[in-house]
Design a protein around this ligand. Structure first.
Ligand SMILES: O=C[C@H](O)COP(=O)(O)O
Length: 311
């Protein structure tokens, strides 16, 4: 069992000394994208690994109990059984890592998964997602309500105003309160990197189980931002011995990208991070492409749309 991050007192000296070498970050991001997984069966294996790390997401204004139900069913059986059988992976219990929905849809997702006899966790965005521009009191209540409805994971959005105005102590204090409001639920912190202005701000705003984006900003999960965040995770590990998780989210659509993200984790943090406990891919449509690529790997041709439900 993984120990929960006990956190640490805010070290403003560490925060004030942070400097990020932009050129080095951009160069490293390019190197990571050039790494190749050459053999076909290895690609398929990496893609299946990526499936197990997906927070299968729907965050739309027109979400209903029925589309949330379909999402949950897809999460419990993400790849067609006959395809898994061809790869001898049908009895490995492959599911996504979680489903991720708005707070108002948590109860629907919990009900659907329970009816399907699945223990898959429901994650919920909270704290005034995506902008976070609601009073602290309501943001905290939102977390508590989602937990009460059965969310086992809460993806909070950080207060970008506090980050952009350098109020790091106030930001730290808010995040601590969110964590407390989560109780036993697992918290992830969305930095919304596209709105933080600089790599330095991204490093400084990094806390526990850090997630790049809401998917609603104009810039979402990019490899350079990810490099900065995983380096913050590495520094925190060297300092405290605690392994913090990472979740790129927003705009991740292709199987090929999912393999680059896994490569980035492996290269920067090591194999220990290649587990759903420490790595998630937040995505609404990535699974469709992965299933399509696996279909191609197994059959040698691409599927028609009707052949892959929800793909
Ligand atoms: O947290 C997950 C993101 O909102 C999903 O973004 P996406 O719809 O671009 O995959």
């Amino acid at each position: 069992m993984f120990a929960r991050n006990a956190g640490m007192n805010l070290d403003l000296e560490w925060v004030s000394k942070v400097r990020v070498n932009t050129q080095a970050v951009l160069k490293r991001a390019q190197q990571i994208q050039r790494c190749k997984v050459s053999k076909k069966q290895w690609q398929a294996a990496w893609q299946l690994k990526a499936v197990t790390c997906i927070d299968l997401t729907t965050l739309a204004g027109d979400d209903t109990p029925s589309n949330v139900h379909r999402l949950c069913m897809k999460a419990t059986q993400p790849i067609r059984q006959d395809l898994l059988k061809s790869m001898d992976m049908h009895d490995k219990g492959i599911t996504t890592a979680a489903v991720c929905v708005y707070p108002s849809r948590v109860a629907d997702a919990v009900k659907s998964l329970k009816a399907a006899n699945s223990s898959l966790p429901v994650a919920s965005v909270a704290t005034g997602f995506p902008a976070g521009q609601t009073p602290l009191k309501t943001r905290l209540e939102e977390v508590q309500l989602a937990v009460k409805d059965g969310a086992m994971e809460i993806d909070i959005v950080i207060n970008r105003t506090l980050a952009l105005t350098g109020q790091w102590a106030a930001l730290y204090d808010e995040i601590r309160q969110f964590r407390e409001a989560c109780g036993d639920a697992h918290m992830k912190s969305i930095l919304a990197v596209g709105e933080l202005g600089t790599f330095t701000n991204v490093y400084k705003a990094s806390s526990d189980f850090i997630k790049t984006s809401t998917g609603k900003e104009s810039v979402n999960a990019t490899y350079p931002f990810a490099i900065v965040m995983v380096r913050a995770i590495r520094d925190y590990y060297l300092r405290t011995g605690h392994m913090v998780g990472f979740k790129p989210a927003g705009g991740i659509r292709t199987a090929q990208e999912s393999v680059v993200w896994l490569t980035l984790m492996k290269e920067e943090l090591g194999d220990e991070w290649l587990t759903p406990h420490l790595f998630r891919l937040g995505a609404s449509s990535l699974l469709a492409d992965i299933e399509r690529q696996i279909y191609h790997y197994v059959t040698g041709r691409y599927a028609a749309y009707h052949e892959l439900p929800m793909a």
